[in-house]
Design a protein around this ligand. Structure first.
Ligand SMILES: [Zn+2]
Length: 88
């Protein structure tokens, strides 16, 4: 069973430039989380769901800005965070 702690969140600017990467270019071993600056909610999002909703050629930064927080409904300043799946 995968536990939330097993995902190592990295800073977006550190490993991946989210204004350049799209769902197509992002390596498969990254998992995507969304973070809401208003309520600090952080939720993992399936990349296929994102691709279906926003298309594969939108940058990750732009996808983040289009998300709506499922906790408080905030639409401003939402960010995507990237995590790496642990290697088995
Ligand atoms: Zn929120």
């Amino acid at each position: 069973m995968k536990h939330r702690r097993s995902i190592d969140l990295v800073d977006g600017c550190d490993a991946v430039e989210i204004d350049r990467e799209t769902l197509t270019t992002l390596p498969q071993w990254y998992v995507i989380h969304a973070r809401c600056p208003a309520c600090q909610r952080q939720t993992p999002i399936d990349r296929h769901t994102l691709a279906y909703r926003f298309g594969r050629h939108l940058s990750l930064a732009r996808i983040g800005s289009r998300l709506k927080c499922s906790g408080c409904g905030n639409r401003n300043g939402n960010q995507l965070l990237l995590g790496r799946l642990p290697r088995d």
